[in-house]
Design a protein around this ligand. Structure first.
Ligand code: SAM
Ligand code: SF4
Length: 465
């Protein structure tokens, strides 16, 4: 029985309800039916999982043209032309799980195993800071005896304590296996930004096959992780699906139901949604996964998420190629990684042996910033919301009322200015300065405009946040 209020994963993401929605949505309806849903989305208050099911299975081009346009508009209404940048930092690839799509699975005896020491973490972080990064996502495999919570907490402390000539890492997000409320509380106390955990797939039966061994095999424990994280006080959680493991419409409806559950239970939903697609890796052949997505479907998924959950960040990583990221940026993506290495220690040593997956976008951070500027985006390294306590429901209510735009636009310009002064190539600097001048003129509130000019001048004079 589908019970939205239930705390049990199998009930709040009910297989029967997903199948019912998909069954119904596959019967094609008249054009007006879909256009009515798009009209509702134009109010920018989001859509339900049922409405999303209808749209993803709609085969009318006119409807999709409207969705793409609306996704772009909603992105601009809520986030402006800012794109937040971050990089992953792999701490350890030891893992006791058996995930069949990941080369870090326990049975892979060919991949070298590596766990960074605190000294190595320091070096990796400095290498990332030297590029200009201010926001990291920590990644590690699951192994209670090797990758302990104490090790992770110490690593976070190490990272936050590093003082670089141009500032420090301002936000450490964490992507680790599902854990206990107590551990989530410790992560919160350590000052993490977002706790990220991908669901991989919402289909329980398939989930259990794809995760044959290890603690991750437990679907309920994994799926209820965000509830525990929120109970532990983490109010920014990042959800996602590894697209390619199950049919995409199933995942999309599951993702929406997960979001609805969190909203209903805690009063606000996920801070971000990630849309990774399965990539080739050490002993992983993507041809073994029959649900791999085409580029066209990928873009449909991103745009649909944008109109269905207007106030949640959408993240696309370097798993995607430059071309695919370009398309995704036009339909609602708000955060991307840049200059990423997906190997343990990869920022200091050019080796790919311990890589988790093959990245498609291998450009440097400066190249990514330059490319974003060419497309009219403002690359942002801003972390002000997090540092000023605008997280969870406070962030959501600001975002829902679109106030985030008035606060974030000027902040993004300041962090871009810092990047241009401290790290950018001459060409990037020139383009960046031009866009700052243009954007400055667009700040409607005169007081804010004058204050921003003042701060920009301070940065020019060598002051840093
Ligand atoms: N070990 C933790 C976990 O599994 O939740 C977190 C870190 S893991 C390095 C991060 C994510 O990488 C996983 O959630 C999975 O979705 C993704 N991943 C694993 N193998 C992949 C592959 N071959 N291609 C793309 N993404 C992959
Ligand atoms: Fe381990 Fe995470 Fe890879 Fe699974 S996805 S094998 S848990 S690192």
């Amino acid at each position: 029985m589908y019970d939205k209020k239930s705390d049990k994963a199998v009930e709040f993401i009910s297989n029967e309800e997903i199948l019912r929605c998909l069954d119904e949505s596959k019967k094609q309806k008249p054009l007006e039916f879909y256009m009515d849903i798009v009209e509702k989305a134009k109010k920018e208050k989001g859509l339900t999982h049922e409405e999303v099911a209808y749209l993803i299975n709609c085969n009318k081009d006119e409807v999709w043209d409207e969705i793409f346009k609306l996704a772009n508009k909603i992105k601009n209404d809520y986030y402006g032309n800012r794109i937040v940048l971050f990089a992953p930092l792999y701490l350890s690839n030891y893992c006791i799980n058996g995930c069949t799509y990941c080369p870090y699975h326990a049975k892979n005896k060919t991949i070298p195993r590596k766990k960074l020491t605190q000294e190595e973490i320091k070096k990796e972080t400095i290498a990332l800071m030297d590029m200009g990064h201010k926001r990291l996502a920590l990644e590690m495999g699951e192994d209670d005896r090797i990758n302990t919570m104490d090790y992770l907490l110490e690593s976070i402390k190490t990272i936050y304590s590093i003082k670089h000539e141009n500032g420090s890492i301002r936000r450490v997000n964490v992507n680790i296996a599902a854990t206990t409320v107590e551990n989530y509380r410790k992560l919160k106390e350590a000052g993490i930004g977002t706790y990220i955990l991908f669901q991989e797939t919402y289909n329980k039966e398939n989930y259990e096959i794809l995760h044959p061994t290890g603690p991750k095999h437990n679907y309920d424990y994994h799926t209820e992780a965000m509830d525990r994280a929120m109970e532990g006080g983490i109010d920014d959680v990042g959800v996602g699906v590894l697209f390619g493991l199950e049919t995409y419409d199933y995942e999309l409806v599951g993702l929406m139901m997960h979001k609805e559950h969190l909203e209903e239970k805690f009063g606000f939903g996920p801070h971000t949604i990630s849309v990774p697609r399965i990539c080739p890796a050490d002993d992983i052949d993507t041809n073994d996964f029959e649900n791999a997505l085409s580029d066209d479907i990928f873009i449909k998924i991103v745009s649909l998420l944008r109109i269905a959950v207007p106030y949640t960040g959408i993240i696309v990583s370097t798993r995607e190629s430059q071309k695919s990221r370009e398309k995704a940026l036009k339909v609602g993506v708000s955060q991307i990684s840049g200059g990423s290495r997906t190997s343990v220690g990869g920022y200091c040593v050019e080796e790919e042996e311990t890589s988790q997956f093959d990245t498609s976008d291998k450009r440097s951070l400066d190249e990514v910033v330059n490319w974003l500027l060419d497309m009219g985006h403002i690359p942002s390294f801003c972390t002000a919301c997090y540092r000023e306590g605008r997280t969870g429901d406070r962030f959501m209510s600001l975002c829902k009322s679109k106030q985030i735009l008035n606060v974030c636009g000027p902040n993004a310009l300041l962090t871009l200015k810092e990047y241009l002064m401290d790290y950018a190539s001459d060409e990037t600097k020139k383009k960046g300065e031009e866009i700052i001048q243009k954007e400055l003129a667009n700040i409607p509130n005169e007081k804010v405009r004058e204050k921003t000019k003042e701060y920009l001048q301070e940065i020019e004079n060598g002051n840093r946040d």
